[in-house]
Write a protein that binds this ligand. Structure first.
Ligand code: ADP
Ligand code: ZN
Length: 524
């Protein structure tokens, strides 16, 4: 009997499923062969099974590192309820008392526990390291692996200690899993976990059933949202706001308008929060108004809309949050409200932070702004952000594709940009390059003596609004790329160099224009 047949039988035996989804089987085989494994799969793709099934088959205990204590219990209950053998999964975290910890340790020792969920803080604790040294470990699974990178949307410093701790406990294969990772984050994860040779399994991140739209944030935003919800009466949805205050306010506004809504943020006590979560799952309420504290691990398959009241802090976060819509493959409407003023406000919030952190924060914000302002297919932009090329001319399921703008031919302008970037040795970011092309002698440019170069000001006669779309769309088209190590520095790709020798046609669409008439009611 072949291994494959065996695995399918095991799948049926433990989980009751008839066949594997996507790359699951190849992933599991790679891990069973003792190799490090890196899984990039969108939400709902079936990541958990990739470590749950092998843990049940392999000798010893698998250590699953997962960031959220609240979710651990839930995951453990699910797996214990699913498989025939009960009590094969346990967790160790700060919510357990001494006696429960002892019980878990006994179960692990006696070999009953096949899956041990641990929060990174608990893993790194001295006494747990000592204990785990004596345990036969089948492999380590690092869930939500993007938490390891400052460039991810949910950085957790404790994730950085995972590798050193594994070194202390004892080596075993590592499987890292995440639903979001740009090239930059992917590089960080591999480096930090010391799994540079890991086999990568990347599924497409395209969620064809999700509709993406960006609306200018105007004074009537609340009215627009109420109207939208009434048009989708009885459907479940999530509205994300950046501040707790806005969450509370908007939730009140919705209730006043006879919409069944509840607020959710980290400032509410945990019983209220889990009540709200239950109400949402059981459909006693339709809408959750929440900060980003809500959502990780929420498995409601029929969320029909996700609205962003404020611009998200990163595109990765945006993808993750919108990913909670339409997990069952049905309709999922994702609308983000955008005002350039919000961008400035967020930048201001960052001012107190360490300089390096501010720098990362600003660049991530600019990527979101580029997404919001662009007239290019939203899907194409999002997928490009995750290193995936989307080749269709029109996705028919985003605002920009449903209302396409006229294209303009900009090969001359692209040429100006490419030559300028080479002239300044590919060592600068977008804003600098645009100043250079426009011939603005900023202090920075003068101090580099770049105002002396022939290419300085080579685009000064052009429409100044042209340069952002040219550069952003040249990135998508692959003529330019962002340096992964020194993130943000623009480099000319091989295709870009070919273009200089042999220019071809290059069509772009101008960015959307945003009028900023949105004023926050003051009263703080
Ligand atoms: P992710 O962690 O990638 O978001 P999950 O592990 O929560 O995804 O899986 C999403 C859903 O798919 C779950 O309801 C899970 O039970 C189901 N699932 C996973 N693998 C299979 C399979 N091989 N066949 C059918 N359903 C599956
Ligand atoms: Zn589109």
């Amino acid at each position: 009997m072949t291994k494959e047949v065996n695995l399918t039988q095991q799948l049926k035996h433990y989980f009751g499923f008839d066949k594997f989804k996507g790359d699951q089987e190849a992933i599991i085989n790679n891990l069973l062969d003792g190799n490090d494994t890196f899984v990039l799969m969108p939400t709902g793709g079936g990541k958990s099974l990739c470590y749950q099934l092998p843990s049940l088959i392999m000798e010893g205990t698998a250590i699953v590192i997962s960031p959220l204590i609240a979710l651990m219990k839930n995951q453990v209950d699910v797996i214990n309820g699913m498989s025939e053998e009960s009590g094969v999964a346990h967790y160790l975290n700060s919510s357990l008392n001494k006696a429960s910890i002892q019980q878990v340790m006994d179960d692990v020792k006696s070999g009953v526990t096949k899956l041990l969920y641990v929060a990174p803080e608990s893993l790194n604790k001295e006494e747990n390291v000592e204990f785990l040294k004596s345990v036969k470990i089948s492999f380590y699974a690092i869930d939500e692996a993007h938490c390891i990178s400052e460039w991810g949307h949910d950085f957790r410093p404790e994730y950085r200690n995972i590798r050193p701790t594994i070194g202390k406990i004892g080596n075993a294969p590592v499987i890292a899993l995440t639903a979001t990772a740009t090239d930059k984050v992917r590089t960080d994860i591999k480096k930090n976990l010391g799994i540079s040779d890991a086999k990568e399994f990347k599924s497409s991140f395209n969620r064809a059933n999700l509709y993406y739209e960006v609306r200018p944030k105007t004074q009537d935003i609340d009215k627009q949202i109420i109207k939208f919800i009434k048009q989708h009466e009885g459907k479940s949805g999530i509205i994300y706001c950046l501040s707790r205050k806005k969450v509370e306010e908007l939730s009140e506004v919705l209730k006043t308008n006879e919409i069944k809504a509840s607020p959710y943020h980290a400032g509410l006590d945990s019983s209220t929060r889990s009540q709200t979560q239950d109400d949402f799952l059981m459909e006693r309420i339709d809408v959750i108004v929440a900060t980003i504290a809500f959502g990780m691990g929420i498995d409601k398959p029929d969320v029909r809309f996700v609205i962003h009241y404020d611009i998200p802090k990163s595109l990765e976060g945006y993808y993750q949050e919108t990913g909670r819509a339409g997990r069952d493959g049905g309709e999922g409407i994702c609308i983000a409200f955008y005002a350039q003023k919000d961008l400035k406000k967020l930048e201001k919030f960052m001012e107190g932070k360490p300089v390096a952190e501010q720098d990362i924060g600003r660049q991530l914000l600019q990527e979101t702004a580029a997404y919001a302002e662009s007239s290019v297919c939203r899907r194409k932009m999002l997928l490009h952000y995750f290193g995936e090329e989307y080749n269709k001319e029109n996705c028919h399921n985003c605002d920009n594709c449903l209302h396409p703008k006229d294209k303009i031919e900009a090969s001359k302008d692209l040429l100006v940009v490419l030559k300028s970037i080479l002239a300044i040795k590919e060592n600068f970011r977008q804003e600098y390059i645009i100043d250079f092309v426009k011939g603005r002698g900023t202090d920075d440019i003068v101090s580099h003596h770049h105002d002396q170069l022939e290419e300085f000001g080579s685009g000064e006669d052009e429409n100044p609004k042209l340069w952002n779309p040219v550069i952003r769309q040249a990135l998508i088209a692959g003529y330019l790329k962002k340096d992964v190590e020194n993130y943000g520095l623009l480099k000319v790709t091989a295709a870009g160099r070919r273009f200089i020798k042999n220019p071809e046609k290059f069509f772009i669409v101008m960015d959307n224009e945003f009028k900023d008439d949105y004023e926050e009611e003051s009263g703080e």
